[in-house]
Design a binder for this molecule. Structure first.
Ligand SMILES: C[S@@+](CC[C@H](N)C(=O)[O-])C[C@H]1O[C@@H](n2cnc3c(N)ncnc32)[C@H](O)[C@@H]1O
Length: 280
């Protein structure tokens, strides 16, 4: 099985996504979505950004590699009666089932960054966006001191070494890499812009219980705990994560955890047709 698919199907990202809904909605509200806009939400999970976009009238297709999250997204859309929002399985590195220039916007919030072959991912996002359209990515930033970058860093330190040619998803949080990938897909450098933004995680219990959610349901942390258990280091990993979650918690209530995390927001404005990048 594709290891990237296995990683995300291993847990249940919905349990984490439930703590990210407010920021997902706020991000989408800030995008000036208009009725009928065709949006591809890539690496959409169970629809944290896809559903709010559909509520604003966009025509949304969510694509994700994890079948359990696609199923959950379709269920959530159905339960809300959102007939303009559907989810299907697909790989951001190869969107062969989607036609060239078939979306006004491609949105990918902490999604496509996790796909392998980043140059292919950039090329595919550009290919399926129409000229005049827009790509919006949210990417975690390597070595950033806030929550997610640190969870991934700590988890990696307890996990088996990665294959030599593995390109870290976190490289999507480095502006130079993003520019390199999109310019290779035919986008002029001046069409790519960056801002630092914040996502908040809100969980209705203390930080230590939030760590347990990551331990049980978040693929990268599950793998780190499996490796740590096999060499007797699971207790150290638990302690490091608990210290991180407590340090980053901004809630003054004992029974609520509220953690802001910084990310790099990338906007690519496709002003010109990028025919040369389509490869035909
Ligand atoms: C951190 S979650 C974010 C999900 C969602 N965008 C959100 O904001 O809740 C990462 C998502 O990327 C998906 N993903 C990972 N690799 C992928 C790939 N190659 N193609 C499509 N989706 C992928 C995972 O299945 C997972 O749903």
């Amino acid at each position: 099985m594709n290891p990237n698919k296995a990683l995300w199907e291993k847990g249940d990202f919905t349990r984490i996504a439930e703590t990210m809904r407010e920021s997902g909605e706020a991000l989408v509200r800030g995008l000036s979505i208009t009725k009928g806009l065709k949006i591809l939400d890539l690496g959409c999970g169970d629809g944290t950004t896809a559903l709010p976009a559909a509520r604003l009238g966009a025509d949304v297709l969510g694509v994700d590699i994890a079948s359990n999250l696609v199923e959950e997204g379709n269920k959530r859309a159905r339960e809300e009666g959102l007939t303009n929002c559907r989810f299907q399985e697909g790989d951001a590195s190869n969107l062969h089932e989607l036609k060239d220039q078939s979306f006004d916007w491609v949105v990918s919030i902490f999604g496509a960054m996790f796909a392998p072959k980043p140059f292919d991912v950039a090329k595919e996002m550009v290919r399926v966006t129409r000229p005049g359209g827009r790509i919006v990515m949210g990417n975690w930033i390597p070595n950033d001191p806030t929550l997610v970058a640190q969870i991934l860093k700590i988890s990696a330190a307890y996990s088996p070494p990665l294959p030599q040619r593995f390109i870290s998803p976190m490289t999507w949080g480095i502006e130079g890499n993003v520019i390199e990938r999109f310019t290779a897909a035919g986008v002029p450098k001046q069409s790519i812009s960056f801002v630092r933004d914040t996502y908040s995680f809100n969980f209705p219990a203390p930080p230590s219980e939030f760590v347990d959610v990551f331990r049980k349901y978040y693929g990268p942390t599950m793998n780190a705990f499996e490796a740590a258990e096999s060499n007797g280091r699971a207790g150290d990993l638990q302690k490091e994560l608990q210290a991180l979650f407590s340090r980053e918690n901004r809630s003054s209530s004992k029974n609520v955890t509220s953690i802001p995390a910084t990310f790099l927001r990338v906007t690519v404005a496709l002003n010109e047709p990028v025919i040369s990048a389509l490869g035909h």
